[in-house]
Design a protein around this ligand. Sequence first.
Ligand code: UDP
Length: 484
Amino acid sequence: ESPPPKLELVFIPFLASGHMIPMVDMARLFASHGVAVTIITTTHNSLIFKNAIDRDIKSGKPIKLHVLPFPFAEVGLPEGLEKMNSVTSQGQKQKLYQATMLLKKPIQQMLLDHIPDCIVSDMFYPWTVDFAAELGIPRIVFQGSSYFALCAQYSMRHYAPCENVTSDMELFVVPGLPDRVELTRLQVPDHDRTKNELTAILDVIREAELRSFGVLMNSFYELEPSYVNHFRNVIGIKTWNIGPVSLCLSTNDKYERGHNSVVDPHECLSWLDSMKPNSVLYVSFGSQHKFPPPQLYEIATALEASNHPFIWVIHNEETIDGGDEAWLPNGFKSRVNGMIIRGWAPQVLILEHVAIGGFMTHCGWNSILESVTAGVPLIAWPLYAEQFYNEKLVTQVAKIGVGVGAEKWLNLLEDDGKVVVKKKKIEKAVIRLMDGGDEAKEIRERTKELGRKAMKVVEVGGSSYNDLISLIGELVLLRESRIN
Ligand code: UDP
């Protein structure tokens, strides 16, 4: 039998927007290099990416979706709730995790029916490492965070510095990192401070990572060089950087990336066209977080007081009581020069517009990277997950933004509904970045410089381009040695 004509990769993304979006972009990037790619997803999630994949197929790229039915009945979730962003309670979240475990069997069956050359698996499917070994093929892990966060997390768990501080608010230096980075105990994720359920899951994920062929990162060398080196050479894990993956998107892709935009993107862009360069603040907290109405009120009053035009994305439309915008100050809309988007926004398109001068973000890694790529400096307002680590990259290491002064890593069960940052602090941070003092100018210039570098790394000969090509080369060699 002659070898298959193309290298074949199967992508298995986790069912959350922040994971699916970059992984689908990555899959499409491989396909644009002639690698045959199959993305495994579920019925409703597949609809999100269908148009983009159809466009790829039309233009001759070797890519397809493999759609599995989601086990609603088995876990007791209402039909249609197929990703982390759509579930509304902790109980539903757990059911969704359970459902992802139930997908293991059909995924294994599919892979047995047709064995690919490599599995690219989200970190949340550690079982794929043993299965890939059984099939005799490499497994690559997709890690959706920054190198910086991975290194910080490693240090926190390896050196346990929290044990030596006497109060929650005392600043301490994170040991073993290339730069001096300071945190307080309150900002450290629960699972990196004390052993809990998630610590155990993360141990399994880490162990699977160590036994994998390597880790695929949506980052680029020039953004966090010391941490790429630290992760590769000190922690000792092989990686490839192929980001920023959003740079491989067409304009059509950007209209509906990850979801259909709830606003007409043209309307949004023509509003931005009427604004001065670098004058508009974009405010958005990712695909999952829903602030309670009192916190929305603090944000609204801060935006009004800071007096800069803004686009503010709010994702909790269904949970806000009191009807339409009862949580806004009286007359807010008539007084401010801003646009509120209630639901999914075309984020990359917005960030790329010259009028955008700042991004107030929860420090999700995709958001940070998309902002840097567009040369937009940040106002960092971390909430949970690895976001407080990312904040330190933004404010202390890369120095591409200012902090809003968030003090505490949020435990969603305990802290739900609380106001975490007051108006005064929010207003101060907006003014600090947007009013253009010397510090803000330096921050802006540094971010724009990184944005220019980002454009270069994905071009022929750039660092991310080279990593992609060398990974493809390695996988081809592995396939040949397997076949012969
Ligand atoms: N996103 C978007 N529109 C929205 C909200 C989010 O396009 O209204 C995209 C955003 O561009 C990014 C992803 O969703 O690619 C969010 O990922 P991130 O890591 O920033 O945060 P998460 O949602 O995982 O907390």
